[in-house]
Design a protein. Structure first.
Ligand code: GDP
Length: 359
């Protein structure tokens, strides 16, 4: 009963999140039910079906769109004999891979201890039956399986140490200064998951290598050179994506992880104009950027996926409200040249150079 789920494609965001975490989706299963089952969230027949499909595809992990209780996760794992991740765990896993500052890492670790740890414990009883594990350690970053034996009290103590450390970091306002190259103009991509950030990233940075090897090791190399032509080059970074209906317990770690956006000199706010919630999403993006202190640099609005909409109301309204916005298609490459021009304008001081003939 997710208010923001796309009724035509209820799994679109989850698919993007899974890809971001490095998973290859081999199958998708939907369940319609009045009310979740208390025992395993999904109905008994559905869990059986899931187990069969897992065997068929030799899948290594099941990712659920909803958040489940530790025992519900444990019960699905018992039947399906693979690791099960719920939505919050998947999101936390992405944050863990992307957290760059000291504070972000601490925030994510704290959230993982609070959220993931009880779920790992639920899995402990039948862990022996689970072979292999998730690809690229999905769901195993941060406080991983090797910590399973840690006594509850130690976890509690660790949590309070983390909280104190975060507090003192915040109090001192010391943020790790990004090792950024001041020779380069840096551009950050921000926006919701599924807006098309990585597609745009790949399109403009000629990122075939990125797309091909994205599966595993390269999650951290998300900054690439973007050649604008005429010898102009900027550094483009993809930031952690906004998530629809972000669970409250993940807000702090999300904001800390996004904080690298603060260090860009220009922000490209990517919006999926085919998403019925895009106007609200734009407001949220702007509010969150304000709240993490990303207020110094200009924001350029990118209205993506125009190939999917036929001058819909959202697109027209947004263009009216934001005359500088660039409508384009990251997938087809349409109007990318306009984006390049706009970025070049910002690179050269935000003004168009006029040659005055004073003679
Ligand atoms: P991210 O989560 O913001 O990085 O989004 P992705 O780049 O992974 O894109 C999410 C989905 O939208 C993918 O299925 C893309 O193929 C698709 N997509 C991205 N840009 C466009 C576009 O311009 N047009 C269309 N039709 N689809 C797009």
């Amino acid at each position: 009963p997710d208010t923001e789920v796309n009724p035509h494609d209820p799994l679109d965001e989850l698919r993007s999140l899974a890809a971001t975490a490095g998973a290859v989706v081999v199958d998708e299963v939907l369940q319609k039910r009045q009310k979740p089952s208390a025992k395993s969230f999904l109905g008994k027949g559905k869990v059986q079906e899931l187990a069969e499909r897992v065997k068929l595809h030799q899948a290594q992990v099941i990712i659920l769109e909803n958040d489940l209780s530790p025992s519900q996760i444990g019960n699905i794992e018992k039947v399906c004999e693979v690791k099960v991740l719920d939505r919050s765990e998947l999101i936390l896993d992405i944050f863990a891979a992307r957290a760059q500052t000291h504070e972000a890492r601490l925030q994510v670790e704290l959230a993982q201890l609070e959220y993931t740890y009880p779920r790992l414990r639920a899995m402990w009883t039948h862990l022996e039956r689970i072979v292999g594990g998730a690809p690229a350690g999905i769901g195993t970053r941060g406080p991983g399986e090797q910590q399973l034996e840690i006594d509850r009290r130690i976890v509690q103590r660790k949590k309070s140490i983390l909280k104190k450390e975060i507090e003192s970091l915040q109090a001192r306002k010391t943020r790790e200064v990004e090792a950024r190259n001041t020779d380069h103009f840096t551009v950050g991509l921000v926006g919701y998951t599924n807006a098309g950030k990585s597609t745009l990233f790949n399109t403009v940075t000629d990122g075939e290598a990125y797309a091909a090897d994205q599966l595993f090791a390269t999650l951290s190399t998300r900054t690439r050179e973007w050649k604008l032509g005429n010898g102009d080059t900027v550094m483009l970074s993809d930031t952690v994506g906004f998530v629809r209906n972000l669970p409250h317990h993940l807000v702090a770690s999300f904001k800390a992880t996004l904080e690298e956006a603060v260090h860009s000199q220009l922000l490209l706010v990517v919006l999926d104009v085919s998403d019925p919630h895009c106007q609200r999403q734009l407001r949220t993006v702007n509010e969150v950027l304000d709240s993490i202190g990303a207020t110094e640099q200009p924001r350029l609005l990118v209205l993506n996926k125009i190939d999917k909409v036929d001058h819909n109301v959202d697109l027209l309204l947004l263009q009216k409200e934001y005359p500088d916005a660039i409508p384009l298609s990251a997938a087809t490459g349409r109007h990318i040249d306009q984006l390049v021009e706009a970025v070049r304008g910002h690179l050269h001081g935000g003004t168009v150079t006029l040659t005055l003939n004073l003679a």
